[in-house]
Design a protein around this ligand. Structure first.
Ligand code: PMP
Length: 351
């Protein structure tokens, strides 16, 4: 703290990112990255940008990427917004789309960046407990609100809400923006982007950090009604009119164009998730049904923080969660079959 800080900065509680260890020997299953790496076509497209053209500013609209996303989802480019990671896209949405008249609603437990953005943009919020099965119950959201946001599948539970329930939520909240954060949708859910033409209050965000294995590139996007996209563009242009660099635009567009790599690697992750789930259940864990590239699991007799600490001693990093409502859960990212085997062998030893 310094005398030069404004009172606003003194009160800010920032998000704490997951550990990014330098040791390559570790089996890193703590921040939901994809173990298979990006599309070779995306890598080639990025390499092609590494030269003389870097002296030029990038396309301020990121048109090539917007077209690639629009083609992939069968929407129009003016329904697409792109930014530096979905965290930044979410920040602009918090800033420009949620009304301050009533609290923003999101589940408890959910992505821990949401309360941070509420602090940053001075938005009141109400965290609505998940039901006893750790699911979002849309009936709980029938109350005055200035917007609704949740990840689908939810994080860190991995549980999916179906499009029917999402439609009910959109219909009963037609005066509020409903933001569906689909960071993990490609691992088992159907995207709500299919609904954007029917609901002017729906905004869907996605990231290239997970299913497209480009977390290091920092690219995220939003799809929705052109009026919602226009609000995001206004905020973006008031902040940094070049949100994506040339390398990111080229790599992300190529990643959307390479459907073969995308389909094959996400299928591998999904198959491994089912294998890891079955093996952990055989070890006595309760594993929530996951539609994501991670699982949320607890052991009835063992402390999650103790399991996480012991795994760490064996070179396997996972997250553990302990909150007032959700105690004793491990969140484990699905790795390669070899990494998953190390995880399961280590668990067998320590239980
Ligand atoms: N939403 C959710 C639910 C997440 O778990 C993450 C990853 N931490 C993000 C958004 C942000 O992803 P990124 O900024 O890498 O696009």
């Amino acid at each position: 703290m310094s005398k030069f800080w404004s009172p606003f900065v003194k009160d800010l509680v920032p998000y704490i990112p997951g550990e990014q260890p330098k040791l390559s020997k570790l089996v890193k299953l703590n921040t939901n990255e994809n173990p298979y790496g990006p599309s070779p076509r995306a890598v080639a497209a990025m390499q092609a940008e590494l030269g003389e053209t870097l002296r030029l500013y990038p396309d301020p609209s990121g048109d090539r990427l917007k077209r690639a996303v629009a083609d992939y989802y069968g929407v129009r480019p003016e329904q697409v917004f792109v930014g530096n990671g979905s965290d930044e896209v979410l920040a602009h949405a918090f800033h420009g789309l949620f009304q301050h008249r009533e609290p923003l609603l999101f589940p408890d437990i959910s992505y821990s960046f949401y309360p941070v953005y509420c602090g940053l943009y001075d938005i009141d919020f109400r965290a609505i407990p998940l039901n006893d099965d750790f699911q979002i119950d849309v009936a709980d959201y029938a109350q005055p609100n200035g917007g609704i946001i949740f990840p689908n599948p939810n994080a860190p539970t991995g549980c999916l809400l179906g499009l029917g329930a999402i439609e009910r939520l959109l219909e009963s909240n037609s005066d509020s923006v409903v933001l569906i954060d689909e960071a993990y949708i490609d691992f088992g859910g159907e995207s709500a982007i299919a609904l954007v033409d029917r609901y002017a209050n729906l905004l869907v965000t996605q990231t290239l950090s997970k299913s497209r294995s480009l977390a290091g590139l920092r690219v995220g996007l939003a799809v929705g009604h052109p009026d919602l996209i226009e609000a995001l563009e206004r905020i973006k242009n008031s902040f940094n009119s070049y949100p994506l660099d040339r390398i990111a635009i080229a790599g992300a567009a190529a990643a959307f164009e390479d459907r073969e790599h995308f389909e094959r690697t996400r299928r591998q992750v999904i198959d491994s998730r089912e294998t890891v789930t079955a093996a952990m259940e055989a070890l006595g864990f309760e594993v929530l049904p996951s539609s994501a590239n991670f699982i949320f699991a607890r052991h009835p007799q063992r402390d999650a923080s103790e399991i996480a600490a012991k795994l760490r001693e064996q070179g396997v990093i996972v997250r553990h969660f302990k909150t007032a409502r959700i105690d004793q859960f491990l969140r484990i990212t699905i790795g390669t079959p070899e990494q998953n085997q190390v995880l399961l062998d280590s668990l067998r030893q320590l239980l």
